[in-house]
Design a protein around this ligand. Structure first.
Ligand SMILES: CSC[C@H]1O[C@@H](n2cnc3c(O)ncnc32)[C@H](O)[C@@H]1O
Ligand SMILES: [Zn+2]
Length: 439
């Protein structure tokens, strides 16, 4: 039989497709054509079956699906390390919101999101679920370097330079949605900031719009104990109960943080098939608490992983989140079997994809899916020997070991170097904003 022509053949020492679970393929290859995976098969067989326009050999590497950052505020890279060691509400009210009020603009969001996209791609992240002001500027930045994204049509009840009130946020966000809706890598979600910053009437409207436009809803929930107490005092309901009453709970809801949950909250989230974006580093750094991830998983909830913004993390590094999630689950339950390595990887890939309604497209290395791929080099003596590649991914290797990244079959990172942007440009952009923010 004549070999079939394909665009790209990636031959790897190990491939972890994520699905089927606990599978590690050795000496396998991924054939890619028109941005999609057309086969995953033993390398020897691939060489007979395909002629590739380009062949990439990864002899000391693990190939995984591209990682999915289920919660981020990309532009906040410009506020990295600006305000450490504060709890959430003091951090927001005393440091972050005043800085945003002074500086957030189209240029701020475009440049901050560009730095974020570069950081994420370098660290193996191929999709980012983002929530911030000026989503059109984030779209421009992500498009420039080829990061796949779900952008928030962000709504908050307070005025900003971006929008004057909830109506204006919705109006501007929906205009961005219309302008970018045919882009192959950019999708949208409705992103009300949090139950404590968005009014009932606005939330109801968001629920109806999400149904009408078939969009996910991306919202911070139950991040701190104070949030739940304040809601009980002011509305007589816990925030999740209030969202249920207003018709927002459903399989399209991504609840971010979900730290302070009682059994009733978990039942409600499970009953409606909601997803959770777990952000372990941000939750620890702001001392918000440890989300009850093991209990959520026991109840069948879908849990993905997010970095949150670089002002509360202070990195956009899903390798670190995977390890933190695994360690924190073990520590907080006293159970060493909690959140094993493969589960952590699944949370950062396929489960994130499912939360976004994109699991038919991304999240695993499977025939028919988009070729969003991440290669991790494992040759450093500090990382050897290696008996279980998945365990190494979570507990030994890090984002600095990521060598090559593809989004929709297009190479974005090659041998640790970004192909669409130079370090010189990124450094000068970061320095410019460091000077502006310092003043
Ligand atoms: C309206 S754009 C998003 C808004 O969210 C703020 N933010 C960043 N991190 C958090 C967090 O952990 N909890 C709540 N709000 C957060 C960000 O500064 C923007 O103002
Ligand atoms: Zn957040």
């Amino acid at each position: 039989m004549m070999p079939t022509p394909v665009d790209l053949l990636i031959e790897a020492r190990w491939i972890i497709p994520v699905e089927p679970a606990d599978t590690t393929l050795e000496h396998h290859a991924v054939a890619v054509h028109n941005g999609r995976i057309v086969a995953v098969l033993p390398t020897a067989e691939a060489r007979l079956r395909y002629t590739a326009a380009e062949t990439v050999s990864l002899p000391e590497h693990i190939l995984t699906p591209g990682l999915i950052n289920l919660h981020c505020h990309a532009a906040m890279t410009l506020m990295r390390g600006l305000a450490d060691d504060l709890p959430l509400m003091r951090w927001l009210q005393e440091a972050i919101w005043p800085t945003e009020a002074r500086h957030a603009s189209t240029a701020f969001v475009r440049d901050g999101s560009l730095l974020a996209a570069a950081e994420m791609l370098r660290g193996g992240i191929t999709t980012c679920n983002d929530m911030y002001f000026y989503p059109e500027a984030t779209a421009e930045a992500f498009d420039r370097v080829g990061l796949r994204a779900v952008l928030g049509i962000t709504i908050i009840e307070f005025p900003s330079q971006y929008a004057s009130d909830a109506d204006d946020y919705l109006h501007k966000g929906l205009a961005t949605f219309d302008a970018w809706r045919d882009h192959p890598l950019i999708r949208f979600a409705l992103a009300p900031h949090a139950p404590y910053t968005v009014a009932d009437a606005t939330l109801e409207r968001i629920g109806s719009l999400a149904d009408e436009l078939e969009l996910p809803i991306h919202i911070h929930i139950h991040e701190t104990a104070q949030e739940v107490e304040d809601s009980l005092r002011t509305c007589g309901q816990r925030p999740i109960t209030r969202l249920e009453t207003l018709g927002l709970l459903g399989p399209n809801l991504i609840g971010v943080h979900a730290v302070h949950l009682n059994d009733g909250d978990i039942e409600r989230l499970a009953l409606h098939g909601c997803a959770v974006a777990h952000c372990p580093t941000s939750n620890m750094k702001l001392a918000s608490g440890a989300a009850p991830v093991a209990r959520l998983l026991d109840k069948g909830l879908n849990v993905g992983l997010g970095t949150d913004g670089a002002a509360s993390n202070n990195r956009l590094d899903l390798f670190r989140e995977m390890q933190q999630a695994s360690l924190l689950a073990k520590l907080s339950t006293g159970d060493a079997t909690a959140l094993p390595a493969h589960r952590a990887l699944r949370m950062a890939t396929l489960d994130g994809a499912r939360a976004l309604g994109l699991d038919h497209e991304i999240g695993s290395i499977a025939t028919g899916k988009a070729a969003d791929l991440c290669a991790v080099h494992i040759a450093d003596p500090d990382a050897l020997p290696c008996f279980h590649p998945v365990s190494h991914l979570i507990h030994v290797l890090g984002r600095h070991d990521v060598s090559d990244v593809w989004v929709a079959g297009q190479q974005r990172l090659q041998g640790g170097r970004l192909l669409q942007i130079t370090n010189t440009e990124l450094l000068s952009t970061a320095r410019l904003w460091q000077n502006r923010l310092r003043q």
